[in-house]
Design a protein around this ligand. Structure first.
Ligand SMILES: [Mg+2]
Length: 358
């Protein structure tokens, strides 16, 4: 049995090859916390967390270090860790940065468990390696750049691309979608993401206008926690509404589905509660018969999609590549999961030192 020795949490700020522009702000650097969970048996489990803003980097590191002190010499097994730590947050509430920190430990503990068994994570979970359909996830890049990226999507064999919209006017949204679709043709479908930028009345107007453009989905048109608003939009339009990257744990997922807020689900591995949370979300999606896509964390989710009953699309957005020794490979629009132990994370030490936040 693996037992917990120590945890190292390293804050880094990784420059993105291409800034991610959204209608709710631009991300030029990925603030990540790299986690190395060491066991007494010598196995090291790894994961990373994405804090979106550098303001949250140090608090997450501190939280992880505080949690590590509680785990010293305890079983390094995901369910045992959860059962031990969850009651500590009954009064504060297990959400936000608490959930993120616990998810980082959960992911690293699953990685360690798989390495200890000499199995890739997906095999430990009962799956077999298979290519995972991935989509080319892009930002709010305007027409010219959007069309260049659409060509890149075709060249790399993707069957789905996503762009972010929510330009100042509806006309700009439509012009951008049409131009990108024109390049993609029938080879590659297009989805769009509003990143919560619209009010419900604004969203109603835009979604109705976009409803006949053949979009694969429309993501987060209004505030992530407005289930009633999304339900109103879903009832009045027929393009699938995609929700889930802001569900902190599975309770909001249940509430959203019960409210009829959307059609498709895309939990975020960190916010949903790590690998353990993902498996619970996958069971919920199966019960509701909802196609389930992933949100970033592509290295881990490539292992999880093969064991997700309603697996839909893996989001391909390489925010951590500069610090990874073996970034996720895409061949013909599909993620290739390596048949090697664990989830496959190892750091490029020189890059970690260079991007380390002092
Ligand atoms: Mg999104």
């Amino acid at each position: 049995m693996l037992t917990f020795h120590s945890l190292q949490a390293t804050p880094v700020s990784v420059p993105l090859a291409q800034p991610v522009r959204t209608a709710s702000g631009t991300v030029t650097h990925a603030p990540l916390v790299l986690i190395d969970l060491r066991t007494h048996q010598g196995v090291v489990g790894r994961s990373y967390l994405f804090t979106y803003t550098p303001l949250a980097l140090k608090p997450v590191v501190q939280l992880l270090e505080n949690l590590a002190a509680l785990l010293k010499d305890q079983p390094a097994a995901p369910a045992a860790i959860e059962q031990m730590l969850d009651p500590r947050f009954r009064l504060l509430g297990n959400t936000g940065l608490i959930t993120a920190a616990l998810a980082g430990i959960d992911m690293a503990a699953w990685d360690a468990a798989a390495i200890a068994q000499n199995l890739p994570l997906m095999r430990l979970l009962g799956g077999v390696p298979r290519p995972v359909p991935a989509y080319f996830s892009q930002g709010m890049d305007g027409i010219e750049r959007g069309c260049e990226l659409a060509q890149e999507a075709l060249d790399r064999g993707f069957a789905l691309m996503k762009i972010k919209i929510g330009y100042p006017t509806l006309a700009e949204d439509i012009a951008t979608i049409r131009a990108v679709q024109n390049v993609l043709g029938s080879q590659c479908a297009l989805a769009v993401d509003f990143n919560q930028s619209l009010t419900v009345p604004q969203a109603m107007q835009r979604l109705r206008a976009l409803d006949d453009l053949g979009l694969a989905w429309i993501e987060e048109p209004t505030r992530y926690d407005d289930d009633a608003g999304h339900a109103q939009l879903a009832a009045q339009t027929h393009t699938p509404i995609q929700l889930g990257e802001n569900w902190w744990g599975t309770a909001p997922m249940q509430a959203s589905l019960a409210a009829g807020a959307g059609d498709l689900v895309m939990p975020d591995l960190m916010k949903i509660g790590g690998v353990s949370g993902w498996l619970r979300a996958a069971a919920i999606a199966q019960a509701w018969r909802r196609p389930m896509s992933s949100h970033i964390f592509q290295e881990f989710t490539a292992h999880l999609m093969p064991v997700t009953p309603t697996a839909h699309w893996l989001e391909y957005l390489d925010i951590a590549d500069p610090v990874l020794r073996q970034p996720l490979q895409i061949v013909d629009g599909k993620a290739v999961v390596r048949d090697a132990p664990g989830a496959g994370l190892a750091w490029v030490d020189e890059a970690v030192q260079r991007f380390r936040v002092p």
